[in-house]
Design a protein around this ligand. Structure first.
Ligand code: FES
Ligand code: FES
Length: 170
């Protein structure tokens, strides 16, 4: 079978009932998506499938054939995802970072469905767990985004960080 991930086509040899998370990480080497609980509770493994957050640890790979998958490696190619990353940087959200790819996916999914969510809608959607307790910073970043942010200054921070990362990898 083949998967469409971050705009590219990946041949996949895993059995159809293999969880998508294992295929993404172990077969395809896209390790930005994390394993937390394996039972759909923590959200660390979240990816976007056709723009909506899905917990890949409990999603059989055969269920997403022909659908558009986005992982954290491709999130900045998405205009909403790029804004979320900028807000995350501006609010200095991550601590250890382990849960953050899933948190970014949850926020991107929410803002794609609802550009200006209210407090209740944010609370209902941002249910991923964070053992470092970054909930206040996540809340501030999502409220910034819900109000139309982040600012141009935050976007500059994001672009500078992306340039530094590109330099470090070359
Ligand atoms: S690893 Fe999938 S929800 Fe926790
Ligand atoms: S930042 Fe460490 S688990 Fe969330």
């Amino acid at each position: 079978m083949e998967l469409q991930i971050n705009g590219a086509t990946y041949p996949v040899e895993s059995d159809g009932d293999t969880p998508l998370l294992w295929v993404i990480r172990d077969e395809l080497g896209l390790t930005g998506t994390k394993y937390g609980c394996g039972i759909a509770q923590c959200g660390a493994c979240s990816v976007l499938v056709d723009g909506e957050a899905m917990r890949s640890c409990v999603t059989p790979v055969e269920a997403v054939v022909g659908r558009r998958i986005t992982t954290i490696e491709g999130i900045e190619d998405d205009p909403v995802g790029r804004r979320v990353v900028a807000a995350w940087l501006a609010h200095q959200v991550p601590q250890c970072g382990y849960c953050q790819s899933g948190q970014v996916m949850a926020a991107t999914s929410l803002l794609k469905q609802m550009p200006h969510p209210d407090d209740a809608q944010i609370a209902a959607s941002m249910t991923n767990l964070c053992r470092c307790g970054t909930y206040n910073a996540i809340s501030a970043a999502v409220h910034d985004l819900a109000g139309g942010g982040p600012s141009a200054a935050a976007e500059k921070v994001r672009a500078a960080a992306a340039a530094r990362n590109a330099g470090a990898q070359s």
